[in-house]
Design a protein around this ligand. Structure first.
Ligand code: ADP
Length: 431
């Protein structure tokens, strides 16, 4: 039950295996403190008598296995205790994965590779976070593979990435993203260029497998793959592709029986496909809400957040000093393709972009690919596609007369590399 008033906060006493769910109002902040007992937020343990702050729009569940009392102060949109949570099922899933890791350790094999799938807003990212947290709390070193190009938990939107998890997620800030491996996709939905999406999925799988060969802990830890909410048509095919590229052992299907049945039918029999309920606490997010959180992700990349403030740099870049490409030419009918060329080639082609005013506000990935004076022809082009990115810039102004563009960059000039990949995504810098 809850007692108290707004000024001193409201006290909630939670029985074991229940959770306090709350949402922070727009423009508000909420503070949470654990008064007694034990509690966790998405698998990260809370410290007693520490005040945790959550910003506008946060949707949080404080879960307790043993029972606890917490104090909540600030304006919440909703705050209620629920006894009806799937946490026990999620914990059992973790226990099964941990058994697989123990067995992998004994038999000198690799640990579980897990793909989490389901439509949007069923708590996929949350389940990934939970499973990663529980694993790392036992001393495992699992890898998070983030394939959700719309709402990446690791980098800016429009990217696909992998992150080795070495400590539990910070309760307020999530996983520490110190050395993620990030690839440029360029748009917030896989459908924009499904060939590229599948290609980058394969690239990430290869890189992960290579790492597992040289790093035993990474191999035993396995990976948890977060996917997009697009589960029909090519989106579904992308899931099947991912399962095969990563050779996943387990697929966790959240909330959708149809998807569960399809995957059971289409994946090899040794893949364990498990249907899990979604939590009643997961809140649906509107299109606007999603767009805002994407914007916020980009803002954080340049300006930092909470305690950490970054000071990005603005400087001019001469057109002649960089090569800007878009990945994928617009598709043309098969009959019109040059002899010996397939649609694959057009979708994976590096198309030079001549800088103009329409570049303004676009996010550009700075490719790690070695600079080369070449013209980005197809042989070289493959190299760029498969190279990770070393950072992002935003074009804030273009001067076609002077042949320069002004960019916002996390680091001072010069740019570390000169191959830039354009995203569909725009960011308007209001600072
Ligand atoms: P998906 O990855 O499927 O789109 P998320 O895991 O991002 O979904 O969850 C959507 C939102 O719901 C997130 O803001 C998350 O913090 C919130 N959420 C998840 N589980 C709970 C819960 N049990 N109680 C309250 N909010 C939750």
């Amino acid at each position: 039950g809850a007692t108290g008033n707004a000024s001193s906060g409201t006290r909630f006493d939670l029985e074991k295996e229940t959770e306090l769910r709350f949402e922070v109002e727009a423009g508000e902040r909420v503070q949470l403190e654990l008064l007694s007992g034990l509690a966790e937020i998405f698998g990260s343990e809370l410290n007693r008598n520490k005040k945790y702050t959550f910003g506008p729009g946060s949707k949080i569940a404080v879960f307790t296995w043993q029972g606890c009392s917490v104090c909540l102060s600030g304006k919440t949109e909703v705050a209620y205790i629920s006894r009806d949570t799937p946490m026990l099922l999620y914990l059992n899933t973790h226990a099964a994965l941990e058994q697989m890791r123990q067995q992998a350790e004994r038999d000198n094999e690799r640990g579980p590779r897990v793909m989490v799938v389901g439509p949007t807003d069923v708590g996929k990212s949350t389940v990934c976070r939970l499973l990663l947290n529980y694993a790392v709390r036992l001393g495992r070193r699992p890898t998070l593979v983030e394939l959700d190009v719309g709402q990446s938990g690791v980098s800016v939107p429009g990217t696909m990435s992998a992150l080795c998890i070495e400590r539990p997620a910070d309760v307020e800030e999530g996983f520490s993203v110190q050395a993620p491996l990030v690839y440029h996709f360029g748009s917030t939905t896989p459908g924009t260029n499904i060939k590229l999406y599948n290609k980058l999925t394969s690239t990430l799988a290869e890189v992960f497998s290579q790492r597992c060969e040289v790093n035993r802990k990474a191999s035993v830890g396995g990976c948890i793959i977060n996917t997009c909410g697009w589960v029909k048509g090519s989106g579904y095919q992308a899931l099947v592709h991912c399962a095969s590229a990563f050779q996943v052992d387990v697929v966790l299907v959240l909330d959708q029986e149809r998807l569960y049945n399809e995957l059971k039918r289409d994946l090899p029999h040794f893949v364990r496909v498990v249907l899990l309920p979604k939590s009643g606490g997961v809140v649906e997010r509107s299109k606007d809400c999603r767009r805002e959180s994407r914007d916020e992700k980009i803002r954080e990349y340049f300006y930092g957040f909470r305690g950490i403030t970054f000071f990005p740099h603005a400087f001019d870049v001469r057109f002649s000093d960089v090569r800007i490409y878009k990945i994928g030419a617009p598709s043309i009918p098969d009959s019109c393709l040059p002899l010996g060329m397939s649609q694959d080639d057009t979708q994976l082609k590096l198309v030079p972009v001549s800088p103009g005013r329409d570049l303004t506000h676009h996010v550009l990935s700075v490719s790690c690919a070695e600079d080369d004076t070449g013209d980005g022809g197809s042989a070289r082009g493959r190299g760029v596609l498969e190279s990770p990115v070393c950072g992002f810039i935003v074009v804030t102004a273009v001067d076609t007369q002077a042949q320069v563009m002004t960019v916002l960059s996390p680091a001072p000039r010069p740019l570390p590399r000169h191959t830039l990949l354009i995203m569909d995504i725009r960011f308007i810098d209001l600072k």
